[in-house]
Structures are given as structure tokens and as C-alpha cells.
Design a protein around this ligand. Structure first.
Ligand code: T1G
Ligand code: NAD
Length: 698
């Protein structure tokens, strides 16, 4: 017995308990401990049935992801599952918390499964660029049928204990895992129930064997959003083998596919994203044990595009919101937009029919900043001008209660400047959400010069509570995400001047995996916003200015870099734009040239990565992984490329530095010169990953 797994005998029941915090992952030690305890319990004549359960907050949450990519240690999971499945004594898995990945596969090899009512059961491997590699693709379809199995394996989302019971994945919902497992084991013995091995039970596959469309339709609907991803399709094929092949042959196919995926670039990228997301919540420079302040009530200033979405995020998490506007009309408009959004989601079955009313009931719309007095956290989302921000924070300094955290959702403005108008700069920080704020997962948390550690800890923990992914950054123009985006926008403008067309650039960027290219994005946000601010600042962007002077503001006017017909948001290349670009180049005495897709991709990605290096140099971001998390959850960077800094390491920093130096010379733009950090790492043959220093969790 090792210190991770123990065997106790309660009369004729052998109870095997795994205790390996934080999530009882199937490390080599845990696998070895389970195997040894199983063998001992099976060999013990006193033991008539065995219960496998876990201590701590959850059942086994999967294989130990940190072991992937390293040389395998024995015993391997298959050896453990074979002993379990072939046991002459009934083995019951008693589940609480989350039975995920290899954890559910262990339970599927057991003869029976019971779970507590709040348990979640799932095979999320596709989210790591993998597929279930220990029999899950063969046993789960036999337990719940191919349709639900495809949903769980290709989608990756867990199901509740209630759904598991309804679909025969578990036998019973029990009170406590260990106690519940034990009383069920006694029932199995008393009722002389047979040893149910899923490998021998094909009855739930018969319908799909007869009508394969049951399977193919499920796959089609689950892979609709899997553009660019390898794992969902490989996972679907493996489930298909369960229908077409005998168990052991299917198992062989699953193994083959798993081994291919586990060494793939996509899975390495998705595993990086998994850990980077968790690391990003650990804030450097905060004394260990710093406790977040209590947040029972939130006030949001401004019920516009962002204020409304932010309010919904809090209401979705059950946190009451006071939503403050300047007047009844603005309030009515804001409340109306939220009501409509909720109703649309309910109509799609995304939330329960009564959820819109319940959530709207948590949002109280009022006029007047004095109404922020009871809030523990205030988030300002008013117009993006410093004057209005300062006016609001001056008032909040007067009205907000002592100890309230005061956050600004500004996209670009200097949080230190804003904090200066208050007598409590220690309570001021940025919480930068992304549009639509009720959908986008990222919350860029801006640490200002005087922000107190517990105020920062409060923002990080409340962001996680409302299901956002927090990343802490320093104060600079555009923080991390928008600052890097500005490099891409600048480069995309230059490419038009050199002869590229909007649709060519956007095609390269979307082929890479981004949801949208820079020009379609501009049309979505509205070209007039940038045009008005350029005019205010007396600067020019010749081609975009010409579009705006021609009334082409983007989707809002039905034409911008593209034209949009019949109210559709689908961008259509417009010869008018090509003509306008030609005229502008001619007027400026410039001649376009043919530009390759490869050059476009390098100039869309490398300047951003270079800016990322500057951001790390300046300490605006703590880890390269934080920058990756920001792009993954705020800008739709494809998960299977891990984020811009991870991608840079895969491409190789030497190549990127050389290409940047080349483009700096070719385009005469010194801002493309490799940043010192990038230059140094490239010269040393280093990587951004080599920069990561561990930081203690808040
Ligand atoms: N392996 C190693 N470490 C893990 C881990 C795992 N499977 N799961 C979590 N951790 C660490 C995590 O990094 C963090 O560490 C701490 O535990 C708490 O996690 C053969 C191939 C279980 C729902 O994909 O979804 O099985 O930051 O902050 O919000 O077919 O963790 O504290 O140092 O996320 O309460 C499949 C992954 C693996 C599940 C808990 N399993 N985990 O969420 O805590 S592949 C998964 C989760 C597999 C087999 C295949 C969540 C959670 P640190 P946390 P949480
Ligand atoms: P918006 O114009 O849609 O909404 C602003 C709202 O603030 C308006 O309803 C206005 O009536 C209200 N308002 C103005 N002054 C007020 C005051 N003194 N008290 C109460 N309400 C007041 O703007 P938006 O797009 O929601 O942007 C809001 C903030 O969020 C800006 O700082 C913006 O930079 C930032 N932001 C916007 C986006 C985006 O994509 N729109 C994304 C991230 C951050």
C-alpha cells in the first residue's frame, strides 16, 4: 500500500480509497496503489465485494496530465483496468465530485457505479486534444448508447448524476460516496447480482448497428464547431469502432488513435492552455494567504454594450447587481437588451425557461451614482473618455462604502490616472471584459500602481466565480490584448498599401484558425470609431479614411471593407473597395505588388509576438502563458495553437527574429526590429516557455 491508496475491510466489503490531492489524478503512484489494493482485496477470502472511492473533493479527475510527453511509468492504466474488469468479485465505483477522463474509464471497467447527486461524469479528453485512451470510447457507448456517448466524448462536457442514472451509466444516486458505495455493494451481494462487464454487453449498440444515421447525425451535430481540430473527429471515429468492431479490436483502434494524438502539436498546445489558464490565476507579488474581500453585491455603472453583458455575467452566477444609468431611457434600453438576450438563450434551450425571469430579478436598474453605496464591488463601463471616467470615480469615491473595490472596464485608458481622483487608490483597478461580456470568458485584470493585494485578490476570485478566466496585467496603453492587436492592425493597414486585398489578408488569418480577420473585425466594430478618434488626434489612415469619407462604416452601414447584403453579416468582397484602394495608392504615388499568403501570415503574427516580448520585458505580463490565455479567451486565438507565445516557441524564436529584422528593413519600419528579449532568446536558442517562474496561488 502506498500513501495515496489504502484498503480497509468493513466486514465482507473491501473499501479502496484513493487520496491524492488536489484531484486524485491517476499518477503512476495512484495507478500502482489501486492495482496492489485490488489484487489484495481479490485475493482476500474474507472480501466478497469491493468498493473503489476517493477522499477529498472529487473522484478521480483523469490521468495525470503532467505525465504526458514523459517516459511512461508502470503500471499502465490498461493493466489496472484488466484486473478490475476480470475480478471474480463485484467491484463498485462510488463517485463524488467529478469522475473525468481516466477516472470515468476506471469506473466503466468496474461492474457497477453509484454517485452522489452533485457528481459530474465526463470524458473531456478532446479539450486536451486527445480522446479517451483507456477504453472509454468502447465501454461508454455500451453503457449509455452511441448517441449520448458521441455527445460526451466528441463534445467533452460532463453530464450530471441525474442524467447518468437516467441513461444507465450509474445504478443509483447515493448520499455519501463511501457509505453509499458500501450499502450498494451489500445489495449486490444480497441480491446475487451478476458481474456486469460492459465489454460483454452490446445491447445498446444494436439500434446504431441497424441504423448508422443515429451515430452519423450525432457526430455531425457535435463536430459543427470543431473547425481545425483533430481530436473531435478522431474521437468520433473511435466511437464508430465500438459499433462496427468487436470490443478488443475497437480498443486497439482507440489505442492507436490516442498514441497519435498524445504526441501531436495540437494536444501539446491544448495541454499548455489547460495549465496556463490555471497559472494565470496565481498573481505574483501578493503576500501568501492574502484573502479576497467579500463580494455579496455588485454595482455596474453604464448599461450599454458592456455594462449589460457584465451585469448578466454576475446574475448568471446568482450575484445581485445594481445597474446604474444616467436616465430612465438609457436604463430601459439596457434592461431591454438583457431581457431579449436571456429570452433568445432560453428559446435555444441554452438556459431553463424560467431562468430569464430569475436572472433579471437579480438586476436592479436605477438612476444616480449614489445607488452604488451598498456594493462590495463597483464596475464602471461608461463612455471611453478620461473626463467621464474621472467624473464617475470622483462620485464613487464619495458614495461607495469603505473597502469597496472600484474597477474600470476601460479598454485603453490609464488606470493610475483614474485612481488619482479618489482618496482610495488602493481600492482601484481595471477589470477589462470583452464583448459580448456575457459570452467572452476573459477578464483582463489591471493592477494599478497603488492597488492593494487584497483588492487584486478580490478581482481574481470574483472573476473565477462568474466563470471568467482572469489574467493580471500592468498599466499601459491597451494593456496586453489591445496593445498586441494594435500591431496587427498597423501591419494589416501597411499590407493594403503594398498591394494586398482585405479578403486575402482575412482569408490567411481565418485559415490560421482565428474567428475573423482584421478587416471583417473592423467592419463589425465600426470603422467610424477609429476615424473620429484619428481626426481628433490629427492622424491619417489613408485607405480607411477614404472608406469612411465614402460612408463605408462597416456592418452598421451595410458596407465597409466588404459589402453586406440583406441584413446578413457575411462579408462579400466588393470591387468598389479594390477601386478605392487603387485610387488611393495612385493618389499617393504608390504601386502595389503581389504578396504571398506566407508573408501575410508572418506579418499578421510576428509583430504581435514581438510586442508580447516587449510586454514581458516591461513586466506588464508576468508569464508568456498569461499572454496566451488573454488571446485564447479574449480574441478567439485557436486553442489548438496554444496562444501567440506558445505558437512562437513552436515556430522557433530564431526564425521569427530573423523575419522581423527582414521586414523592418524591407518596410523601413523600425518598430518591427526584434524586441531585446526576443533577440536574446533567439540568439541563445531559448524559448518563451523557459521564462516561466512558478508563482504561489492567491
Ligand atoms: N492531471 C494533473 N493535474 C490536474 C488534473 C489532471 N488531470 N486536473 C487538475 N489538475 C490540477 C490543476 O492543474 C490545479 O493545479 C489543481 O489540480 C486544481 O485544478 C487516459 C488521457 C477536475 C474539474 O481533463 O477539469 O484522463 O494549479 O484549478 O477548478 O483517457 O481541474 O493548483 O497547481 O482546475 O476545481 C482528463 C482536468 C485527463 C480533467 C477541478 N481529465 N481537470 O476543477 O480546480 S486526460 C481532465 C479539470 C485522461 C484518459 C485520458 C479540473 C477539475 P494547481 P483546478 P477546479
Ligand atoms: P456604450 O456607449 O455602449 O455604453 C456606455 C453607457 O454608459 C451608456 O449607456 C451611457 O448612457 C452610460 N453612461 C455614460 N455616463 C454615465 C454616467 N456618468 N453614469 C452612468 N452611466 C453613464 O459603451 P460600451 O461599448 O459599453 O463601452 C463602455 C466601456 O467599456 C468603455 O470604456 C469601453 O472602452 C469599454 N469596452 C468596450 C468594449 C466594446 O467592445 N464595446 C470592450 C471592452 C471594453
Amino acid at each position: 500500500m502506498n500513501d495515496k491508496v489504502k484498503l480497509d475491510r468493513h466486514g465482507v466489503i473491501g473499501v479502496i480509497t484513493v487520496n491524492s490531492p488536489p484531484v486524485n489524478a491517476l499518477s503512476a503512484a495512484v495507478r500502482g496503489g489501486i492495482l496492489e489494493c485490488m489484487k489484495r482485496a481479490i485475493a482476500d477470502p474474507e472480501v466478497k465485494a469491493i468498493v473503489l472511492t476517493c477522499g477529498g473533493r472529487t473522484f478521480i479527475a483523469g490521468a495525470d496530465i503532467t505525465e504526458f510527453g514523459k517516459s511512461p511509468k508502470s503500471p499502465d492504466l490498461d493493466e489496472v483496468l484488466t484486473v478490475i474488469e476480470n475480478s471474480p468479485k463485484p467491484i463498485i465505483a462510488a463517485i463524488h465530485g467529478t469522475a473525468l477522463g481516466g477516472g470515468l474509464e476506471v469506473a466503466l471497467a468496474c461492474h457497477y457505479r453509484v454517485a452522489t447527486k452533485d457528481a459530474k461524469l465526463g470524458l473531456p479528453e478532446v479539450k486536451l486534444g486527445l480522446l479517451p485512451g483507456a477504453g472509454g470510447t468502447q465501454r461508454l457507448p455500451r453503457a449509455v448508447g452511441p448517441e449520448l456517448a458521441v455527445k460526451m466524448i466528441v463534445g467533452g462536457d460532463p453530464i450530471s448524476a441525474e442524467v447518468a442514472l437516467k441513461n444507465g451509466l450509474i445504478e443509483e444516486i447515493v448520499e455519501g460516496p463511501a457509505a453509499g458505495g458500501e450499502s450498494f455493494a451489500r445489495k449486490v451481494l444480497d441480491e446475487k447480482r451478476p458481474l456486469r462487464r460492459l465489454r460483454d454487453d452490446d445491447h445498446k449498440l444494436q439500434a446504431a448497428k441497424a441504423d448508422r444515421s443515429i451515430f452519423t447525425n450525432a457526430v455531425a451535430s457535435m463536430t459543427k464547431k470543431s473547425r481545425g481540430l483533430e481530436a473531435p473527429f478522431a474521437a468520433a471515429d473511435a466511437v464508430g469502432c465500438a459499433i462496427d468492431l468487436p470490443f478488443d479490436e475497437g480498443l486497439g483502434k482507440e489505442r492507436e488513435a490516442f498514441l497519435k494524438l498524445v504526441s501531436s502539436d495540437q494536444s501539446k498546445a491544448q495541454r499548455h492552455a489547460f495549465f496556463a489558464e490555471r497559472e494565470a490565476a496565481k498573481v505574483s507579488g501578493i503576500p501568501e494567504g492574502t484573502k479576497p474581500r467579500n463580494v455579496d453585491r455588485v454595482a455596474i455603472i453604464g448599461a450599454g454594450t458592456m455594462g449589460g453583458g457584465i451585469a448578466m455575467s454576475f446574475a448568471n452566477a446568482g450575484i445581485p447587481v445594481t445597474l446604474i444609468e444616467t436616465g430612465a431611457e438609457q436604463l430601459k434600453r439596457g434592461m431591454g437588451v438583457m431581457q431579449k438576450n436571456y429570452e433568445a438563450t432560453a428559446a435555444r434551450g441554452g438556459i431553463a425557461a424560467d431562468a430569464p425571469a430569475k436572472r433579471m430579478a437579480l438586476i436592479t436598474g436605477v438612476v444616480g451614482l449614489e445607488n452604488a453605496r451598498d456594493a462590495d464591488l463597483v464596475i464602471e463601463a461608461v463612455f471611453e473618455t478620461m473626463a467621464v471616467k474621472k467624473e464617475v470615480f470622483t462620485a464613487l469615491d464619495k458614495f461607495a462604502k469603505p473597502g469597496a473595490v472600484l474597477a474600470s472596464n476601460t479598454s485603453y485608458l490609464n488606470i493610475d490616472e483614474i485612481a488619482k481622483v479618489t482618496n482610495r487608490p488602493q481600492d482601484v483597478l481595471g477589470m477589462h471584459f470583452f464583448s459580448p461580456a456575457n459570452v467572452m470568458k476573459l477578464c483582463e485584470i489591471v493592477r494599478a500602481a497603488k492597488t492593494a493585494p487584497d483588492a487584486l485578490a478580490t478581482a481574481v476570485s470574483i472573476a473565477r466565480k462568474i466563470a471568467k478566466v482572469p489574467a493580471v496585467v500592468g498599466v499601459c496603453d491597451g494593456f496586453v490584448g489591445n496593445r498586441m492587436l494594435a500591431q496587427r492592425i498597423q501591419e494589416s493597414d501597411k499590407l493594403l498599401f503594398e498591394g494586398a486585398l482585405p479578403q486575402q489578408v482575412d482569408a490567411v488569418v481565418t485559415k490560421f484558425g482565428m474567428p475573423m480577420g482584421p478587416f471583417a473585425m473592423g467592419d463589425l466594430a465600426g470603422l467610424d470609431i477609429g476615424w473620429r478618434s484619428r481626426k481628433d488626434r490629427g492622424i491619417k489612415s489613408e485607405i480607411e479614411d477614404a472608406l469612411c469619407e465614402a460612408g463605408r462604416f462597416g456592418q452598421k452601414t451595410g458596407k465597409g471593407y466588404y459589402k453586406y447584403e440583406g441584413g446578413s453579416r457575411a462579408p462579400i468582397p466588393d470591387p468598389e473597395v479594390e477601386k478605392l484602394i487603387d485610387e488611393t495608392l495612385t493618389r499617393l504615388g504608390r504601386k502595389g505588388r503581389a504578396i504571398s499568403d506566407e508573408e501575410i501570415l508572418e506579418r499578421m503574427m510576428y509583430p504581435m509576438i514581438n510586442e508580447g516580448a516587449r510586454i514581458l520585458q516591461e513586466g506588464i505580463a508576468t508569464r508568456p502563458g498569461d499572454i496566451d490565455v488573454i488571446w485564447l479567451y479574449g480574441y478567439g486565438w485557436p486553442i489548438y495553437r496554444g496562444g501567440p507565445m506558445f505558437y512562437a516557441d513552436q515556430v522557433g524564436l530564431k526564425h521569427i527574429a530573423d523575419r522581423l529584422a527582414y521586414y523592418a528593413k524591407e518596410t523601413g519600419d523600425p518598430s518591427l526590429e526584434p524586441a531585446p528579449l526576443l533577440g536574446r532568446l533567439a540568439a541563445e536558442g531559448g524559448s518563451f516557455a523557459s521564462l516561466t517562474r512558478p508563482v504561489k496561488a492567491v
